[in-house]
Design a binder for this molecule. Structure first.
Ligand code: ATP
Length: 471
């Protein structure tokens, strides 16, 4: 029996798979840990989320440049950024099962189970070892743990033209965050576009991390996508700009993406990396993962990144202000959100089970993905009332009119009620039904996913009807 509450992760994962949103990677080979593929509806949804981010962050502003930098960068990039030396998580292993865990997560979970809180962010392996020893913390299977140690998160590979060049000496890294590509292109943007401060550079793309724990579905994967923006400014403006981005990012999540505000909150970082002066996370209440977890980071990175790249490359990365004749390295405020994590939050937030009366008057469950219509993978479902050539033909001609503007889908299999339910479940905001009356008077019914109200609309007016709906 399928549990329709969607409160537990396994049910949620099964739903994502059954409905063509997310598939485990390499499933026919038994799967590949912490990597996922996106099915047809998942891909459309992910693209729509990305498009909304680009609209809000670039199209609707005049001060942010969108770029697309390469995944591979000069290896010195990662020395300058500090990743090669210190991008690591603290690992512990169950001495019996050899399952590996992040020490900070195990300790935090232990304290949570005791109704207490502890923040393990940025604690060293020695500090974590002391806590594990003091409280006698065991693995989830009740076994002793190994001594905590650092585990590098960078994904390494070799590229070169001959076998002899593929040595340990010329290791390259798959980028662990997209923002480094932005810092490396800062000078290009300055030289080509001569922007005045403050301005931003943004990009969306893949990042790779050899994450230790891999049991949180698409929340934490080894290959994922980030939507990052770096806002370059004069340090005197940093507080005002930080506040602006806190408001902007929360506004986007609530009013554009449509996440329920009660499921979002800010969390201030108490312990900061040495170069940061302020950092906040926006956390989302992931029900299926047991509570609030990081969705987006907003960080004041100071002038660390450009200073480091200037030092390691030997290239001056100063900004010259023609008004004040001042020359300095701009400071950076970063907003960074995982596209896949947001995708997870969007689905969890929108997936609803409603009680409705079916055709026989009985109470039934209706699963509806109450997603913003701008994010819906399929915008309009087209349903011939029955499988009859003339109705199917007419449905196709309606699709031909609408398909350049909207992603549409014709469904001819099963009862009309079942087909409505299928479209409800994948979040399709409107369904057109082509029935026998259509053959007489060229009108169709259009059903609204949320209200289930039906309008009778002339085929000739459909383009205008939908352009009003999607305005
Ligand atoms: P966490 O503490 O969860 O490991 P982080 O603080 O290392 O995340 P950042 O480096 O600030 O994360 O990355 C910015 C955003 O990228 C995060 O807020 C998250 O949405 C996303 N992200 C980071 N790591 C992963 C991952 N392994 N899988 C999916 N998304 C990720």
């Amino acid at each position: 029996m399928r549990n329709n509450s969607f409160e537990d992760l396994d049910t949620f994962k099964a739903w994502c798979k059954e409905n063509g949103f997310v598939y485990p990677s390499s499933e026919i080979y038994g799967g590949f840990a912490a990597v996922y593929d996106y099915g047809p509806y998942g891909t459309l949804l992910k693209n729509n989320i990305q498009r909304e981010w680009e609209k809000y962050m670039i199209q609707e502003r005049n001060d942010i440049y969108l770029i697309d930098s390469a995944i591979f960068m000069h290896p010195k990039t990662w020395e300058a950024s500090g990743h090669v030396q210190s991008f690591a998580d603290v690992l512990v292993e169950d001495k019996k099962t050899h399952k590996r865990y992040r020490a900070d997560h195990l300790i935090e979970e232990y304290f949570e189970s005791m109704g207490e809180k502890i923040d393990c962010d940025k604690k060293t392996p020695e500090e974590l070892a002391n806590i594990i020893q003091k409280y006698n913390i065991l693995s989830p299977d009740g076994n002793e743990l190994t001594t905590p140690r650092n585990f590098g998160l960078m994904v390494k590979t070799n590229i070169g033209t001959t076998d002899s060049t593929l040595t340990d000496q010329n290791v390259v890294y798959a980028r662990a965050e997209t923002c480094q590509g932005i810092y490396l292109n800062y000078k290009n943007i300055i030289d080509t576009f001569h922007p005045k401060l403050p301005f931003g550079i943004a990009q969306v793309g893949k990042a790779f991390r050899n994450e230790i724990v891999a049991r949180q579905f698409i929340f934490r994967t080894r290959e994922f996508e980030q939507m990052e923006m770096q806002y370059f400014h004069h340090p005197k403006d940093k507080d005002r700009i930080f506040d602006m981005w806190m408001k902007e990012r929360m506004n986007w999540l609530v009013n554009v993406i449509g996440l329920r505000s009660q499921n979002l909150r800010f969390k201030r970082h108490e312990k900061l990396v040495f170069y940061a002066s302020k950092a906040f996370d926006i956390e989302y209440n992931f029900r299926t993962l047991g509570g609030f977890k990081e969705l987006e980071g907003i960080h004041d990175r100071g002038d660390y990144d450009l200073s480091q790249h200037s030092k390691f490359s030997g290239i001056e990365l100063d900004y010259f202000d023609p008004d004040t004749q001042e020359s300095f390295i701009p400071h950076i405020i970063e907003t960074s959100i995982g596209l896949n994590r947001l995708f997870f939050a969007v689905l969890e937030d929108a997936l609803t089970v409603e009680k409705v009366r079916n055709g026989k008057g009985e109470i039934d469950n209706r699963i509806v993905l109450k997603i913003s219509k701008y994010l819906s993978p399929i915008k309009i479902g087209i349903l011939p009332l029955v499988k009859q050539d003339k109705l199917i033909e007419l449905s196709r001609s309606i699709q031909n009119v609408l398909k350049r503007e909207y992603i549409t889908q014709i469904d001819i299999s099963g009862s009309i009620g079942k087909r409505y339910r299928r479209f409800d479940e994948i979040g399709t905001p409107y369904c057109i039904t082509v029935d026998f009356k259509t053959l007489e008077d060229s009108t169709v019914t259009v059903r609204d996913r949320d209200t289930m109200q039906q309008d009778r609309v002339s085929i000739a007016d459909l383009t205008k009807y939908f352009s009003d709906k999607f305005k």
